[in-house]
Design a protein around this ligand. Structure first.
Ligand code: PEP
Length: 249
């Protein structure tokens, strides 16, 4: 059975007191939940505090970004060894906000993806189409390109990683993909990866992201190829996030 996962991407939100409060609430509310791996991705500067609050509980910590070098003259960036100092096991790569606001292209996303793996961390590769790409019937083409950019020189690369399907038109917009739309793309991604490596595709957790909330999560998570969610806005409210986590069965 594939690992069920719900990850909360806090983006650039919260300040110290709120982040500590949110972490404390999650620690308390998520304590009795065992059938799902929960990951929180705080702003990098607060990772040490979140790690302290969550010490000894099963919630894992992820980073929202990484630079694909171990050290050096890369002002403002954060490396894998730095993240590992604070027990970060997961790293988002290819999030649409990084692709679009920070112009990260497929080669750079692929570099980051492999760098994370080289450091025995788990990349959460985000892929997804814009509204214009969907409306012009190019969803599968766009997603295939994003996936194949990563596997070009490494056919085993989907072992020990996570892929998140995040339609750009659904991120932060309140417009969620219908469960059937999500399933259709997830099935496509799994089939595409199966052509590269069948057993990796079978084991790969595929998360849906894009305006997931406590009202739509159950139907999305009930889809056979949806193994959980990547949650932005709704992960900033502990009660809402926990309700979403409870939708995993
Ligand atoms: C995200 O940032 O990955 C995301 C899915 O955001 P939201 O849930 O707010 O749409």
């Amino acid at each position: 059975m594939r690992q069920k996962i719900v990850a909360g991407n806090w983006k650039m939100n919260g300040q110290l007191q709120q982040v500590i409060q949110l972490s404390n609430e999650l620690r308390e509310l998520l304590n009795p939940i065992h059938n799902v791996q929960v990951i929180v991705m705080p702003p990098a500067i607060y990772i040490p505090q979140v790690r302290n609050v969550l010490a000894g509980c099963k919630i894992e910590i992820g980073a929202q970004n990484i630079y694909p070098k171990d050290f050096g003259a890369y002002t403002g960036e954060i490396s894998a060894p730095m993240l590992k100092d604070y027990n970060c096991r997961y790293v988002l790569v290819g999030h649409s906000e990084r692709r679009h606001c920070f112009h990260e292209d497929e080669n750079f996303v692929a570099q980051k993806f492999h760098h994370v793996k080289e450091h025995d961390m788990i990349p959460v590769l985000c892929v997804g189409e814009t509204l214009e790409e969907r409306e012009s019937g190019r969803t599968e083409q766009v997603i295939a390109k994003q996936i194949l950019a990563v596997s070009e020189n490494d056919k085993q690369c989907f072992r020990d990683c996570i892929v998140a399907y995040e339609p750009v038109w659904a991120i932060g917009t309140g417009k969620t993909a219908l469960p059937e739309q999500a399933q259709e793309v997830h099935q496509f991604i799994r089939k595409l990866i199966a052509e590269i490596n069948h057993s990796d595709a079978e084991r790969l957790p595929l998360l849906y992201g894009g305006s997931v909330n406590e009202n739509n999560a159950e139907a999305l998570f009930a889809m056979p190829d949806v193994d959980g969610g990547l949650v932005g806005g709704a992960s900033l409210n502990a009660k809402q996030f926990v309700e979403i986590v409870k939708c995993i069965n």
